[in-house]
Design a protein around this ligand. Structure first.
Ligand code: FAD
Ligand code: NAG
Ligand code: NAG
Length: 519
C-alpha cells in the first residue's frame, strides 16, 4: 500500500505545477487566501453595534437560516460569520470594522441571488433581515418606506392590508429591494414600471461606511447607477417607493393555462409574436414553462402557456380564445385576489421555492429579447428534450419564458437609469435543476447544458441578460448594455463611490469583456 506521505511527495510537485499554469493562463490574478475572522470579533464588534444586533458564527443554530441559498451548492458564498445589524448605523460600523481588518463583506436579504462567482466570496455576511426599519405607509398615502431586508411577502401583505399595491417580484421569500438594484420584474410592471422605477429615494451605506441619501436631487449620479447596477455601490438600508390604490374592481387577477405538446411550439409562438407582442395590454402577462409532465407527454417537455390578467375573466377571454384554437391538450383557469397570486406560480412563502431545507442545485440564466425567434426556440426545446432524456437527474429542469407587459417600463426614458433592457419584452430563462450532493461531472454537465440552452435560445441577436438572472460569464455588455457610455458611466461611478471594489462580488461593472457577445 502506498503511504499517504509517499503519495503526497509524488503528487504535490506536479499538482503545484498544474495549478500555477492554470492561474497564469486564465486567472487575472492569483486568488489570495481568505482573511480569517479577527479573533476579537465577538468582544470588539458588539461594542460598536446596537444591543439588538447579533453576530452568528457557523456553529450557531440560527446560522443556516440566514446563510442557506436558493441554489443549495452552486454559486454559494462562504460566510465565516453572519452579522444581523439592527440599525443603519450598525451597517456602517460593520463595514468600517470589516475594512479595518481587510475582511470582505456581502449584503444579504432574501438569499436567492444566483450569481455563480459568489463562490469566490469568503468573508462576512451582513443580513439585513432583522433591521428595525420594516415597512410603513407615508402620510401622503402615495409612498411607503421599506427597510433593506424586507421580502416580497411582508411588503405585499402589508400594502394589501392598506388597500395599496406596487411592483414587486413574484416569489414571496425573495428580497423586495435587491431585485430593484438590477431593475426588478413583476406583474405590475406594465402598469407602473420596474421595481426600481418605483423608488423615489434611497439611503445607502457606502464602501467607507458613510451613509448618503440618494435621489433625483441628491447624489444624482449614484441614483442613476443604483437602479440597474446597484449591487456595485453600497448597501441600501431603506427605500421610499411609490405605492398605488388598488382600483375597485381590479383586486383580482384572472388566469388561464394551456398545455401543448412540443410539436405546437411554432404555431404557438408565432401567434404570440403576432397576436400579443406590441399590442399586449398593460394588465396582461404571458408566461411559458417547458417542463416534463409524463401524464401529458411521456417523452418530451410539455409547453405550458399561461395568461395572467389584472381584471375579470370575461376580459381575459378576448385573448385566450385564440389559444383554444391552437389545440392545447389541457386547460386550467382561475381567479385570485392579487395578494394570493404568488401561490399560482408555486412561489408563495410556504411553497417549494421558499423551502430552506430541500433546495436542489439550480443553474439559472437569462436571455432578454424583443420578440420570439422561433428557430432559436425550437433549437432550445430540442436541446432541453435531449438533455432530459440523457440525464434523469435533470428531470426538474425547465425553460421559463416571462412575457411581462412593458408600458410602464418603456414610459421611463431608457437613459434615465442604469437598467439597460427597456426595449426587451421577453425574459427567457433556461433553468437546470439537479439534486444536491452529486459529483462534479454532473455539476459540469448541468452548467454546460444551461449554457448551451442560453446560447441557443438567444438566437442571432446581441446577447442580453437580466443581471438578477445572470450566471456570471455573460460579460459586462450583456448585463449593462452595449452603448459604450453606459459602462463608462458605471465604471466612473465605481471609481468614485467604491474605489477599492468592496462591492465587487455580485455582477461587478468592472468585469472585463472577452469580446463580442462575451461567450
Ligand atoms: C425563485 C426565484 C424567484 C425570483 N423571482 C423574481 C421576480 O419575480 N422578479 C425579479 O426581478 N427577480 C426575481 N428573481 C431574481 C432575483 O431578483 C435575484 O435572485 C435577487 O438577487 C434575489 O435577491 P435576494 O435579496 O433574495 O438575494 P440575496 O442573495 O440576499 O441578494 C443578492 C445580492 O444582492 C445584493 N444585496 C442584497 N440586499 C442588498 C441591499 N439591501 N443593498 C445592497 N445590496 C444588496 C448582494 O450583492 C447580494 O449578493 C427570482 C429568483 C429566484 C431564485
Ligand atoms: C431576528 O428577529 C426575529 C424577530 O424579531 C427574532 O425572533 C430573531 O431571534 C432575530 N434573529 C436573531 C438571530 O437575532
Ligand atoms: C456522477 O453522477 C452521475 C449521476 O448520478 C453518475 O451517472 C456518474 O456515474 C457519477 N460519476 C462519478 C465519477 O461518480
Amino acid at each position: 500500500m502506498v503511504s499517504f506521505f509517499s503519495l503526497q511527495t509524488l503528487l504535490l510537485p506536479s499538482l503545484f505545477f498544474f495549478l500555477s499554469t492554470i492561474s497564469a493562463a486564465s486567472c487575472p490574478s492569483t486568488p489570495s487566501p481568505p482573511t480569517p475572522l479577527p479573533p476579537d470579533i465577538l468582544t470588539i464588534l458588539p461594542q460598536l453595534l446596537s444591543p439588538q444586533s447579533q453576530i452568528l458564527l457557523p456553529s450557531s443554530p440560527s446560522f443556516p437560516f440566514y446563510s442557506t441559498r436558493f441554489s443549495a451548492e452552486q454559486g454559494t458564498p462562504t460566510f465565516q460569520a453572519i452579522i444581523l445589524p439592527r440599525t443603519e448605523s450598525d451597517i456602517s460600523q460593520i463595514i468600517k470594522y470589516s475594512n479595518s481588518h481587510n475582511l470582505p463583506f456581502l449584503a444579504i436579504s432574501g438569499q436567492h441571488g444566483s450569481w455563480y462567482p459568489l463562490e469566490n466570496f469568503n468573508g462576512i455576511g451582513i443580513s439585513l433581515r432583522n433591521l428595525s426599519t420594516r415597512i410603513s405607509l407615508d402620510k401622503d398615502g402615495r409612498h411607503a418606506t421599506i427597510g433593506g431586508g424586507m421580502n416580497v411577502y411582508e411588503t405585499v401583505q402589508y400594502l394589501w392590508s392598506k388597500g395599496k399595491q406596487t411592483t414587486t417580484g413574484i416569489c414571496e421569500c425573495v428580497g423586495v429591494i435587491s431585485p430593484g438594484l438590477g431593475g426588478g420584474h413583476g406583474l405590475f410592471q406594465g402598469q407602473y414600471g420596474l421595481v426600481g422605477d418605483q423608488w423615489v429615494e434611497a439611503r445607502v451605506v457606502l464602501a467607507d461606511g458613510k451613509v448618503v441619501r440618494v435621489s433625483e436631487k441628491e447624489n444624482k449620479d449614484l441614483w442613476w447607477g443604483l437602479r440597474g447596477a446597484g449591487h456595485n455601490y453600497g448597501v441600501v438600508s431603506e427605500v421610499k417607493v411609490k405605492v398605488y390604490d388598488t382600483p375597485k374592481g381590479k383586486e383580482s387577477w384572472s388566469w388561464e393555462s394551456f398545455s401543448f405538446k412540443g410539436k405546437k411550439l411554432e404555431v404557438l409562438y408565432e401567434w404570440v409574436n403576432k397576436g400579443l407582442i406590441g399590442t399586449q395590454p398593460a394588465e396582461l402577462v404571458h408566461w411559458s414553462m417547458w417542463s416534463l409532465d409524463k401524464n401529458i407527454d411521456p417523452e418530451n417537455p410539455v409547453i405550458t402557456f399561461s395568461l395572467y390578467y389584472n381584471g375579470p375573466a370575461s376580459e381575459l377571454k378576448m385573448y385566450s380564445e385564440n389559444i383554444h384554437n391552437l389545440g392545447p391538450v389541457a386547460h386550467k383557469e382561475g381567479v385570485v385576489e392579487y395578494s394570493k397570486m404568488s401561490a399560482v406560480f408555486g412561489a408563495d412563502i410556504n411553497g417549494g421555492f421558499c423551502s430552506k431545507n430541500q433546495n436542489p442545485n439550480v443553474a439559472l440564466r437569462a436571455s432578454d429579447v424583443i420578440s420570439y425567434e422561433i428557430p432559436a426556440l425550437r433549437k432550445a426545446y430540442d436541446l432541453l428534450s435531449s438533455g432530459l432524456k440523457s440525464e434523469p437527474a435533470f428531470a426538474y429542469s425547465v425553460v421559463m419564458l416571462e412575457g411581462y407587459s412593458v408600458q410602464g417600463v418603456q414610459a421611463v426614458p431608457a437613459e434615465s437609469a442604469a437598467y439597460p433592457h427597456r426595449a426587451q419584452r421577453i425574459l427567457q430563462a433556461p433553468t437546470i435543476v439537479w439534486p444536491r450532493g452529486t459529483n462534479e461531472t454532473l455539476d459540469e454537465e448541468a452548467q454546460g447544458l444551461a449554457r448551451k440552452l442560453w446560447i441557443a435560445i438567444s438566437g442571432t441577436t446581441e446577447k442580453r441578460s437580466y443581471v438578477n438572472y445572470a450566471w456570471g460569464d455573460e460579460g459586462p455588455q450583456a448585463l449593462y448594455g452595449y452603448e459604450p457610455w453606459r459602462l463608462q458611466k458605471l465604471r466612473a461611478l465605481k471609481k468614485k463611490y467604491d474605489p477599492e471594489s468592496r462591492f465587487g462580488y455580485f455582477a461587478s461593472v468592472e468585469t472585463k469583456s472577452k469580446g463580442h457577445g462575451d461567450i
